[in-house]
Design a protein around this ligand. Sequence first.
Ligand SMILES: [Zn+2]
Length: 334
Amino acid sequence: MANTTKNEILIQYWDKSVSTLATRAVNKISEPQQERHRLYALLAMAATHYFWNGDKRGKNGRYPMNVPVTANSSKYLKGDYLGHNILALAVDFDGHIIDFEMNHNLIYNSSAEHAEARLIKRIFSLASLADTWKFEVSGHDQNDYNTFRDVSIYTTLESCSQCSGVMALAQVKEVIYLQTDNGMYLIGNILRNLTQGTKLQAPNPIDGTEISLPYFSQLNEAFDAFCKTVSESKPFFIPTDPNEKVDASKSVTSFLCTESAYRIFEAAKEELGNYLSGKTPLRFPDYQPSRSVTNLHGKSITTESTMTNKAVIKEIASFYSYIQINGRRATPHR
Ligand SMILES: [Zn+2]
């Protein structure tokens, strides 16, 4: 087909196979850095577990594959399902947790209220106010959109095209995802390749295997098992009203309501708890990532993050308490 674009990077891929565009090199991440990533990944999973609600189709019916939702729990707004069990977390270079968000599709009756996009918009809007959880805006020029240049986003599910686009525009450094979403056709890889070397480079995708997170393959395998199991005779949801249809779709967000998914998030929560209590010692407690930055004189200098992995544990403990008291993103804003 004739070349219909003037985009120079896209032209390079024009006559190549789709796999060339959708494939990226494996990230070689050092063990100390993997440990650091895993701690935040565990926090994202533990927080998802905390706000868990499996009642995707409302309360008038049965969910044979789910654990029951505690109807009177305040964190669920009396059991209402506000969005899918998907959470995103933003962390800066030093290791400070900037903020988190959850999927809110249901409460807004929208298909676009995803965790990552909500998180980016939230931080952009709060960055000027300095009115969020310990986010230090000093050193950031609010007008040149540098807010996310050294920010890692941890998301429990691989990002869609909307969120990948929003994160690319925000110049997020990297996105660490904890489960594959085959419905999203490797858009993160494709965008990364198509923006290589440009000013608006899309975030570097990192999957759970690259940080040695066992829950990544567990979630992927459990989702495959769900797809093989769910059927009209073994539905995800059976409505009380016999005139309504049962839900037997092979949906990843339905899977993320089931007990098998819940147990994997629970295991992550317990692993995090063992780190926080000191029962599981860190292998690299004194590790501090470093980066090269250009100083005012145009010289490249190396700086270290202010927080060691040991300090990250403290940060996570504080944040984990915060979300359970004030950070109620799974309820309407208040
Ligand atoms: Zn999305």
